[in-house]
Design a protein around this ligand. Sequence first.
Ligand code: GLN
Length: 465
Amino acid sequence: MASEIIKIHEKLVNKEISCTQLVQEKLDALAKNQYNSVNFLLSDLALEKAKQVDAKIAEGEKIGLLEGIPFGVKDVFLLQGQHASASSNFLKNYISPYTATAIQKLIDAGAIPLVKENADSFGHGSTSENTIFGAVKNAHNEELVGGGSSGGSAVNVAKGYTVFSIGGDTGGSIRQPAGFNKVYGLKPTYGRVSRYGLMAYTSSTDCVGPIASSIEDIELVMNVISGKDYHDQTTYASEALDSSKALDAKNITVGYYSDFIENKGLDANIKKDFLSVIEKLKAKGVNVKPLPFKNADTLVSTYYALAMAETASNLARLDGSMYGERANADSLKESYALTRSEGFTEESKRRIVGGNQVLSQGHADEIYLKARALRAQIMDHFNKDFKEVSVILSPVSPANPPKIGNSLKDPLAMYLSDIYTIGFSLGELPTLTAPVGTSTGIQITTAKKQDELTLKFAKFLIAAL
Ligand code: GLN
């Protein structure tokens, strides 16, 4: 699919459509939508910005590629003066005091934020059912989940309600909903995009990235939001991505983890389709290498031990004294307890309790430090593998989207469904979901800071299938 951003840009410049009309149409579609993808519409802000773009065009001024392009924002990012609820009771009335760096960069480029999008509360989930705004419905079948945690963002792109959306991906939250709704989603290398103004979940794996309907649009957005940020010391300066030069099959070695594919939990059709992708690549002359990944299940336990520990620590600041709702009680301690009991969802409480356990005296060495050590081994594993191959392919999810209501009954099954995405998060690697190959897409991963190669390979793969 060609760039939607460029298509709209040309229409705006050629005056085939006004920016106000474009924004109004999208706002109307979002307001009417049946998918629970919207937490808050940003109508006044968006229409005011659209008017400015129209005035510029009317004056004959040049506009940038992203100028006037409507986009969505997962409701875990701050946007000054607007709601930022994290889909929680806690922050349902909270107004952002400042704007996240990635969002600010888009606004500075003239893009227009339309909507704060529904998601799993604080990023906790894989289905976008863990939200006070109602479960997000899949763009292609309303009985199924939209995926998560950036479910609303993926659905809005899939339905064309937003041209692109900005999601957060800690352990798969951009890639998995992108796969479930058949759009593109990139989790960049950790640190390529600033996390400033994204509510912290697992700070050591949290990434900001785009969901869009084409690789070109993923690239255009990445080139605006990337870069070193004084507010986030894990960021680094990066060159603009340019995936326009085609790859030569002879120069690529593709790896895939045979243990991922032999995993009992993998759906038979996804497995068959994945292996047929591998065969097609071989037929094109690509060198393909099956690689081992013993004990792939430790990925899930390592990730969840760290994710719970970090989120328990990050969310300790929510006690009713500084942010969001406060439940009054007889004592300060009781007020904290009541506020936190009422403010967080069941799933978030499960993670906070689990995380405090992981970090508690007597358990920290046994669980938290062990998980840290395992993470270091996992990173080494990837580093070694990327000495042998340039790209690693994997399924995005072991199964198709479940029916709404089913996952909430079995949190452990939901954690296990993250098996293919969370490893690459622990590895800080750039990884893209392309909606091709299997019913929930294909995940394309490269070595650290090779985000450009990820995009180039995605183009190569699409042409090869
Ligand atoms: N499903 C994973 C989790 O619940 C990943 C979520 C995310 O990336 N925010 O932790």
